[in-house]
Design a protein around this ligand. Structure first.
Ligand code: NDP
Length: 330
C-alpha cells in the first residue's frame, strides 16, 4: 500500500518536491476500527494553508507524515458493528490507497440519495460553505445583485445557483470562456466575466452590475476583490470565504485600502469557516439534498483518475484546471 507524505514545506506554489510517495504497512485492526478503501479523494485549496508551519484554524501537516484530507471510502474489513463491510463512509483520512480508521471518526453516507462523490462536493464541505456563507452571512434579498468570485469552482458554482433561487441577479468571475459559458447557459448565472482576458475588470463589472453590488461572495481575494468593492451599495454584505489568489504568496501584498468604502456604505465584511456552522449542518444538508433531488441545484465535477495523480490534481486548483469540484478517483 502506498501513501503520500509532505516531503517539505513549499515556498510559494507547491512543486513535486513537496510530496513523496512511500510504501506503508497497515496495522492490524483493533476493536472499533475499520479498514477502508477510498473511492474518491478530495483536493481542496485550504490544504495549501496546512502545508505552512503557521498557526491557523487547523494545525499544520507534519513533514514526513501523510497529507490528510476529505475522502469517501468503502469499508473492506470491520471490527465495528455499526460499520459493516460494504458501508460507504466519509472521513478525514490520509492520502493512502487503504487506511485503518476508528469507526467513530467516520460518517455513513446515503448513496441512494446521491452519488458518493457528492458528499465531498455539493452535499459536503463545499456545499455547506456556499449555503451558510451566502444565506447566513450574505442574507441575499430578491432583486439584489450578488457577485461571486471563483464562480466556477465547487463553492462558487453552488453560491450562484442558491442566489438565483433567492431571486437575485448573479454575476460571476471565472478564469475561462468555457467556464463562463457553463455558468450562464447551464447554471443560471446572469453574467460571467473572464477575469483573465478582460481589458478592464472594473468597467466590465460596472456594466454587469448596473444597480451596484449588494452581496459579494469572495473566494479569491486580491485584485478581483479590490475591483468589486468599488461597486458596493449601501449596507452591502461582503462574505470572505476564500482568498486563493494569495495562498501561495511568500510576502504580504498591499492592495488599495478599501475600508473607507466599507465605512461610507455602512457595509458588513465578515470572514467565516464552515465549521462555525457545524451544529446546523443537518438542516443545510437536508435543504441542499432536496434542491438537488428537485433539479433546482446542479453540480459539476472534474474527476482525475488514479492515486498517483493526487499531487497533480491538487496543484491544478491553483491554475483553474477544475470546473466544479476537483476529485481524484481511485
Ligand atoms: P475551487 O473549486 O473554486 O477551485 C479553486 C479555483 O480557484 C480554481 O478552479 C480557479 O478557477 C480559482 N483560482 C485559482 N487561482 C486563482 C487566482 N489567482 N485568482 C482567481 N481565481 C483563482 O475551490 P473550492 O470551491 O473548494 O474553494 C473556493 C474558495 O473557498 C477557496 O479560496 C477556498 O479556500 C475557500 N473555502 C473556504 C471555506 C471556509 O470554510 N471558509 C471552505 C471551503 C473552501 P479560475 O479558472 O476561475 O481561476
Amino acid at each position: 500500500t502506498q501513501q503520500i507524505v509532505l516531503a517539505s514545506r513549499p515556498q510559494g506554489l507547491p512543486t513535486s518536491d513537496t510530496f513523496r510517495f512511500e510504501e506503508m504497512e497497515l496495522p492490524p485492526l483493533s476493536d472499533g476500527e475499520v479498514l477502508v478503501e477510498p473511492l474518491y479523494w478530495s483536493v481542496d485549496p485550504y490544504m495549501r494553508g496546512r502545508m505552512n508551519d503557521a498557526k491557523s484554524y487547523t494545525p499544520p501537516f507534519k513533514v514526513d507524515a501523510p497529507i490528510v484530507g476529505g475522502v469517501v471510502a468503502k469499508v473492506m474489513e470491520s471490527k465495528s458493528e455499526k460499520y459493516p463491510v460494504g458501508t460507504p463512509v466519509l472521513g478525514m483520512l490520509p492520502w493512502a490507497q487503504k487506511a485503518v480508521a476508528k469507526a467513530s471518526t467516520l460518517q455513513k453516507i446515503d448513496t441512494d440519495a446521491a452519488p458518493a462523490s457528492y458528499y465531498l462536493g455539493i452535499l459536503g464541505m463545499p456545499g455547506l460553505t456556499a449555503y451558510f456563507g451566502l444565506l447566513d452571512i450574505g442574507q441575499p434579498q430578491a432583486g439584489e445583485t450578488v457577485v461571486v468570485s471563483g464562480a466556477a469552482g465547487a463553492v462558487g458554482m453552488v453560491v450562484g445557483q442558491i442566489a438565483k433561487l433567492k431571486g437575485c441577479r448573479v454575476v460571476g468571475l471565472a478564469g475561462s470562456d468555457e467556464k463562463a459559458k457553463v455558468l450562464t447557459e447551464e447554471l443560471g448565472y446572469d453574467e460571467v466575466i473572464n477575469y483573465k482576458t478582460t481589458q478592464n475588470l472594473r468597467a466590465d463589472l460596472k456594466k454587469a452590475c448596473p444597480d451596484g453590488v449588494d452581496v459579494y461572495f469572495d473566494n479569491v481575494g486580491g485584485e478581483i476583490t479590490d475591483a468589486v468593492i468599488t461597486l458596493i451599495n449601501h449596507q452591502a454584505r461582503l462574505v470572505i470565504c476564500g482568498q486563493i489568489s494569495l495562498y501561495n504568496d511568500t510576502q504580504p501584498t498591499q492592495g488599495p485600502r478599501f475600508l473607507p468604502k466599507i465605512l461610507t456604505t455602512s457595509s458588513l465584511i465578515k470572514g467565516f469557516i464552515v465549521r462555525d456552522f457545524e451544529d446546523e449542518n443537518p438542516r443545510a444538508i437536508q435543504e441542499l439534498t432536496t434542491w438537488v433531488k428537485e433539479g433546482k441545484l446542479h453540480f459539476k465535477e472534474t474527476i482525475v483518475e488514479g492515486f498517483d495523480q493526487l499531487p497533480h490534481a491538487f496543484l491544478g486548483l491553483f491554475s483553474g484546471k477544475n470546473q466544479g469540484k476537483m476529485l481524484v478517483k481511485a
